[in-house]
Design a protein around this ligand. Structure first.
Ligand SMILES: *[C@@H]1O[C@H](CO)[C@@H](O)[C@H](O)[C@H]1NC(C)=O
Ligand SMILES: *[C@@H]1O[C@H](CO)[C@@H](O)[C@H](O)[C@H]1NC(C)=O
Ligand SMILES: *[C@@H]1O[C@H](CO)[C@@H](O)[C@H](O)[C@H]1NC(C)=O
Length: 651
């Protein structure tokens, strides 16, 4: 199959003399990358694989279309989209393609060097550094990393004012590669100030039986039983063959089979020997060369709890990236949506790892639309929004909106019957909201005088994609020390603080306007617009919350206590997966994107409103959990039975 079409008929004859235009800055890097050092100007004859992302049509109505298909009382509820519909609806206009091509040709790039991607989203051209620098009025530098890796980048770039509105973003330019950070934090079980493993209630060498007494220590040790009591989870999945639940992990993060068994032996004996179904994306594999909390903590936590809660439902592990270059969120998106992948540069070669990339890494074909997206997907990793450019983040966020919220056809353009069937369902995507309160990863915030992230920064630093309006963002709560599992929880204030706040990139989606407005009117007068976008027009997060403190997790042969929205996301997602099971069992469809439903007043009784605790950061106390939605715990924690009943009532 051809992946690109040559732009033959769109253009007039090639011009000889380059023209001059009035240029305007299109993108500028917001924060300098950590650890990368500019080492030299890029060689003049270096061939830059330039990709120009064209402005897509109809994105302004994405929100309306999304609401139409995900709100039960809408006449379009559950209406299905095909890949062809998707391309037709969002493809750039002919005018956009013409104007951008004309600019390139008039600047001296011969028209037969231009290629248009199959979905018409990108114009691609290989051009020398000299040509690109002239086109974009910039200078490229080679940046080196202590590991010896290199990448090219410029700090800003410009385009002629008359084409600016037709261009979304151009790569490779200002975007910088950094891997998503996991949201799990640990405290060694048996470390200073806490009981030693041998004296504690959980032992690594023999199975324990959970007696009632364990439920009396949920404030110190969260287990599956504690979660079941906390959220009222009494449900045994029945439609397991028709349902699906995916957890995404990024290599070198990997689970350890013997750790799963150690956990299961203690808490879910019938799962001993059970493993997630491995879907390998771009060389994704379990690796045991590097072990320890940093390599196994996240995967072990996610799988032990997700598998334990939804048992006997099988969990699919979307293991993404090889050991050499790893992966970004676009890597797994490519694997579940062939139409995103065939952008052929929908990925940013500077920011996203390029697959295949040859030995010693993964050399097989790039994973494009190879996996049917599971009905529920949980991802406990995140970036700071400011690590990404606005345009890069927006493009990826739109993808969540287009693909997962709307039931569409995935896979390549050659549609087979089975692909048609698998595309008839929407998916729910859950991301953890971050572990540093209003601060970013590593507890850093933007310093307004330098524009860089540092520990003394004062500008609140939201996470991504937790702040994308088309995913469900999950914050963290805790059982208060000394409190019972039956008492109300607070926002998590042990080891981590629940990520929450207001996006600087995304505007507020309709579904949360009312609740966010209510919060802002009452509660944030101590902060100014210099700290966060308090206009009421910014996307606010998280949407929901679940416990994120003191999880008992088997890691490298021992139990540790683990903290983070990393735990909250798979736990919340597990409950939605069980709700899908109930709906599928009744002959109905999975719930898909849940936000437009859960913010409705009808769902009020399906959440425990969390009204205590804060999410400090950036030298402040952060926001406070309070009555109603708040930027710490969202709508609150689930009341499983009520949530189940509400969703069962929907068509
Ligand atoms: C650019 O060069 C690469 C490597 O030679 C090639 O694979 C690709 O097809 C070229 N792209 C365009 C748009 O010419
Ligand atoms: C990891 O170990 C496997 C064998 O278990 C080996 O094939 C692979 O090359 C190793 N990877 C690295 C990065 O050392
Ligand atoms: C606040 O967010 C909205 C929506 O994204 C945006 O239009 C507005 O410019 C932002 N305000 C400031 C001061 O950044």
């Amino acid at each position: 199959m051809r992946s690109s079409l040559i732009l033959l008929c769109l253009l007039g004859s090639a011009l000889s003399a380059p023209q001059s235009f009035t240029h305007v800055v299109h993108e500028r890097r917001t924060a300098e990358p950590m650890d990368w050092v500019s080492s030299r100007r890029l060689e003049r004859d270096f061939m830059v694989p330039m990709r120009i992302g064209l402005t897509q049509n109809n994105l302004h109505s994405l929100g309306d279309m999304l609401m139409a298909v995900s709100q039960p009382d809408s006449p379009d509820y559950g209406n299905h989209w095909t890949a062809t519909d998707l391309v037709k609806t969002f493809a750039p206009s002919t005018e956009t393609i013409d104007e951008v091509s004309k600019w390139l040709v008039e600047s001296g790039i011969a028209r037969d060097r231009l290629h248009l991607s199959l979905d018409q989203g990108w114009i691609q051209v290989n051009a020398t550094a000299v040509e690109v620098e002239e086109l974009l009025k910039t200078e490229y530098y080679v940046f080196t990393h202590p590991s010896g890796q290199e990448q090219i980048s410029c700090s800003d770039y410009s385009v002629p004012d008359h084409v600016q509105s037709h261009i979304d973003l151009i790569i490779p330019t200002v975007h910088f590669s950094s891997r998503p950070t996991t949201m799990a934090h640990r405290k060694r079980y048996g470390g200073v100030g806490s009981p030693d493993v041998k004296n504690g209630p959980f032992r690594s060498d023999q199975a324990i039986t959970l007696e009632k007494s364990d439920l009396q220590n949920c404030d110190k040790y969260i287990t599956l039983d504690c979660l079941r009591v906390l959220y009222g989870i009494k449900y045994k999945p029945r439609a397991t063959r028709r349902n699906s639940f995916g957890i995404v992990e990024f290599t070198p993060q990997s689970y350890i089979p013997s750790d799963l068994d150690l956990f299961f032996k203690n808490f879910v004996p019938n799962l001993v020997g059970s493993r997630p179904k491995l879907e390998s994306i771009d060389g994704g594999m379990l690796q045991f060369n590097m072990t320890g909390f940093d390599y196994n903590g996240e995967s072990n936590l996610d799988l032990e709890y997700a598998m334990g809660l939804v048992n006997p439902q099988k969990v699919t592990l979307l293991q993404t990236g090889d050991e050499i270059v790893g992966a970004s969120f676009n890597t797994w998106l490519d694997a579940v949506d062939g139409t995103y992948c065939t952008h052929k540069g929908g990925d940013d070669p500077n920011f996203d790892p390029v697959y295949p990339h040859g030995p010693p890494g993964y050399t097989g074909p790039k994973a494009c639309g190879i996996i049917k997206p599971p009905h529920v997907i949980s991802i406990s990793y995140g970036y700071n929004e400011v690590d990404l450019t606005r345009k890069y983040a927006q493009r990826q966020c739109n993808e969540y909106g287009k693909v997962f919220s709307k039931p569409i056809i995935t896979g390549m353009f050659s549609l087979t019957t089975s692909m048609l069937q698998l595309g008839l369902m929407g998916s729910s995507v859950f991301y953890s909201s971050g572990d540093n309160g209003v601060a970013g990863n590593g507890n850093q915030c933007v310093n307004p005088s330098t524009g860089q992230l540092d520990p003394k920064g004062t500008v609140f630093t939201p996470s991504f994609p937790g702040g994308c309006p088309w995913v469900t963002s999950v914050g963290a709560t805790q059982i208060n020390p000394g409190s019972s599992v039956y008492a109300p929880e607070s926002a998590c204030e042990q080891v981590i603080f629940s990520g929450g706040g207001f996006s600087n990139y995304f505007s507020i989606p309709d579904y949360q306007c009312e609740q966010v407005d209510h919060y802002l009117k009452k509660h944030t007068s101590q902060y100014t617009s210099a700290q966060f976008n308090n206009s009421g027009s910014a996307r606010a997060f998280p949407d929901v919350a679940a416990n994120g403190a003191n999880y008992v997790v088997a890691i490298n042969g021992e139990f540790y206590l683990v903290y983070g929205t990393s735990a909250s996301s798979p736990v919340f997602a597990s409950m939605i997966s069980m709700i899908n099971d109930a709906r599928i069992h009744m002959g109905r469809k999975p719930v898909g994107f849940i936000n437009p439903m859960i913010y409705s007043h009808k769902f009020k009784s399906a959440f425990n409103d969390i009204t205590t605790g804060n999410n400090p950061g950036c030298g402040t106390q952060g926001f406070s959990a309070t009555k109603g939605w708040d930027p710490v715990t969202g709508l609150g924690t689930p009341r499983f039975q009520q949530l189940l009943e509400m969703f069962k009532r929907l068509p």
